[in-house]
Design a protein around this ligand. Structure first.
Ligand code: SF4
Length: 684
């Protein structure tokens, strides 16, 4: 290592449950290497290949935004000219002020997600700015997370679930819809250690994912039918006397209503509806009935369907019926966000708003922007921490909406993306390697802090400074807009929480993660040192709240009703985190679509053929991969590709119906997409 080479600690900010601690090599102010560090005991020096391989290029590559830009060409094109920060802020101020004077504050809408997961980058100064402006609020949860989170809290309340590392002590681990090696890397190590201790692993996934190759039983239900499988299992537990009645008596409410729903499905029904061999279902029942020391790990894919909430609740209910709680290694791995002492109101300051404002489901963005009867209309949009063109359902409708000439679009991002191409003004954001921030996690419970390892590249600025400058330009003079990043970190977490050991949040160690233990200082165990936070204090198998809001008090199954013959599922890619890194050369197209040999044969498709996958909403050019990983009738193509990967200029999100919603919480239904696949003769 020469004199200008440094090795510095950081944290991965991406939308991934693991939130790894990192060690970053910096040569002459440039990031040259990113590795895992031991600071976080859960991620323990291991990181995924995409972060190691693509992050230096993401920060310093040719797509990096280094100056404010003003659009000079057509929407959706790359035609921009560089301007000064002052000029960019003036244009934004002039256009947004005119819009607000004409229509009121709600004419402005943020369109943000969670590209970076640091508490400061996600919200903080940006939230303060939009609250003060009186902007329309955006409900981000339905794009991802709200269905799963609500399914869990409907049963357990807002209490932390089992930390993933405890699963190593289970006798049975059910990995249900979680492609661990791609989306939850460090859980693979937990599985390995559990197997070494003699644990059984069952994987339930419509695709034969890698972890399914090392498990004791792989169950492949048709996407969207997991609820039937889980309800049938529950009814079978009852028949066999395998329900832990003593546990239910003390800790469960709504058991009778739940079993009424479960009894509607026999194991034969499940075999037929889920298209799973009866013998496989019997084997699954045997595994569940052999032990109550069961750890449940659930992924995000299931929530993205018409039966999403019901499926998740029914799967979690299996652990409840078996009484699988009260000791390390028994429980549901979920809801880690509740383990951190966040103080969101102090950070985001909703009190700056002068009154109630409308709230838009983020999944409805395209429809809302095109709604000519909307009063007031949305005429100014701020896109940040987000690449909606590549991640929202109904991509073509969203692109039509973003093309509205009377819509003023501000884009804020680290790199040029397909969404930034729709902006009128682009402000260059600093990557998280250039910012201070504090990090909780949604897949584990270790608190971390990171400091900049390099200065902002070019004229880029941290999100906090961008919105500080915007607030100043808009004349917002409340003292909170002068808070520096240290003050924001102090506002993000409760410094009096004993788990911070008296440290101020802006002084947390950079080389160690803090365990978010239960109140007694021990690791959390439900029904030992933590208990359900439902209204009844019990696990609620019948949810009065979900019944009232969605008519879904107990899980229920809705059949698919679509005339297109193939189901398309679009889970995560090993090359991208959602769409992040989609601009890297390794993600250049065409993207692949896996198809079962019988379906390929019926369509005259050979392995490697150029194909078009299409439905009423769009057409996507892909390359066929004939594979026995997917069952008949199901296609698999990874999400997060950018438009240039497809000859039609559309990606799989163009095929997803944004108006089809999950059974609860208005969740996006990415995995409830029906299509046809056609060979493209002579196409490249
Ligand atoms: S994307 Fe996930 S696995 Fe990869 S480095 Fe970041 S947190 Fe770790």
């Amino acid at each position: 290592m020469n004199a200008t080479t440094q090795s510095l600690p950081s944290v991965c900010p991406l939308d991934c449950p693991d939130t790894c601690s990192l060690e970053v090599t910096v040569d002459d102010g440039r990031i040259t290497r990113v590795r895992g560090s031991a600071a976080n005991p859960y991620t323990a020096s291991v990181i995924c290949k995409k972060v190691a391989r693509y992050y230096p290029d993401f920060v310093h590559g040719e797509r990096r935004l280094t100056r404010p830009l003003l659009r000079v060409g057509a929407r959706g094109s790359d035609a921009f000219r560089a301007v000064s920060w002052e000029q960019a802020l003036d244009v934004i101020h002039e256009r947004v002020t005119a819009a607000v004077e004409r229509h009121g504050g709600e004419t402005v809408m943020p369109l943000n997600y969670a590209g970076p997961h640091g508490r400061l980058a996600v919200g903080s100064m940006a939230s303060r700015f939009f609250h003060r402006l009186g902007a329309t609020e955006i409900d981000r949860g339905p794009l991802c997370g709200a269905v799963r989170s609500t399914a869990y809290t409907s049963l357990f309340g807002s209490v932390q679930g089992m930390p993933p590392e405890q699963a190593a002590q289970a006798e049975l681990i059910a990995v249900w819809g979680n492609n661990v090696t791609v989306s939850n890397l460090h859980f693979a190590r937990v599985l390995k250690s559990a197997r070494a201790r003699g644990a059984k692993v069952v994987v339930v996934d419509p695709r034969r994912v890698r972890v399914a190759e090392q498990c004791h039983l792989h169950v492949q239900p048709l996407p969207g039918t997991d609820v039937v499988l889980a309800l049938a299992l529950a009814a079978e537990f009852e028949r066999r006397g395998a329900i832990d009645r003593a546990f239910a008596e003390r800790h469960v409410a709504g058991l009778d209503a739940y079993l009424d729903a479960a009894r509607r499905y026999s194991l034969d029904d499940a075999a037929r509806i889920c298209r799973v061999p009866r013998a496989t279902i019997d084997a699954l029942v045997e595994l569940y009935c052999a032990t109550s020391h069961i750890a449940l790990s659930i992924g995000n894919g299931m929530e993205r369907g018409r039966n999403g909430g019901s499926s998740l609740r029914a799967i979690m209910a299996l652990s409840v019926l078996r009484g699988a709680f009260g000791r390390e290694g028994a429980g549901v791995i979920a809801k880690h966000g509740t383990s951190f002492p966040y103080t969101d109101d102090a950070l985001e300051r909703p009190d700056l708003a002068s009154g109630a404002r409308r709230r838009v489901n983020i999944v409805d963005t395209g429809r809302v922007l095109l709604d000519e009867s909307l009063a007031p209309p949305v005429t100014a949009l701020f896109i940040y921490n987000h690449n909606p063109v590549c991640t929202h359902p109904d991509q073509n409708r969203l692109r039509r909406a973003l093309s509205r000439e009377d819509l003023f679009v501000v884009g804020i991002d680290v790199v040029m993306t397909d969404s930034m191409a729709y902006a009128d003004v682009i402000l260059p954001a600093a990557s998280h390697f250039e910012c201070d921030d504090v990090y909780g996690a949604y897949g584990q419970s270790w608190l971390q802090r990171a400091a900049p390892v390099i200065p902002p590249v070019g004229e880029s600025q941290p999100n906090t400074e961008i919105f500080r400058r915007l607030a100043a330009r808009f004349g917002f003079d409340e003292p909170c807009f002068a808070d520096d990043d240290a003050a924001l970190m102090r506002a993000a977490l409760d410094a009096s929480d004993p788990r911070l050991s008296g440290l101020s949040p802006d002084k947390l160690p950079l080389d160690a993660a803090l365990a978010m233990n239960a109140g007694d200082g021990r690791r959390p165990v439900l029904f030992d040192n933590l208990f359900p936070k439902t209204a009844s204090g019990r696990i609620e198998l019948y949810s009065a709240d979900l019944e009232e809001r969605f008519g879904c008090g107990v899980p229920r199954y809705l059949e698919a009703d679509d005339h297109w013959p193939l189901m398309l599922i679009t889970p995560s890619s090993s090359k991208r985190t959602n769409s992040t890194f989609g601009g890297h050369a390794d993600s250049r197209g065409p993207a692949t679509v896996e198809i079962h040999a019988d379906d390929a044969k019926a369509r005259g498709v050979d392995d490697g053929d150029a194909v078009v996958v299409h439905n009423d909403l769009g057409r996507v050019a892909l390359r066929a991969v004939i594979s026995d990983r997917v069952p008949r009738g199901v296609l698999y193509s990874p999400k997060g590709n950018w438009l240039g990967t497809s000859r039609t200029g559309q990606t799989v999100n163009a095929l997803v119906d944004a108006d089809r919603k999950a059974d609860i919480m208005g969740g996006a239904c990415y995995n409830d997409t029906f299509v046809e696949l056609t060979r493209e003769r002579g196409a490249a």
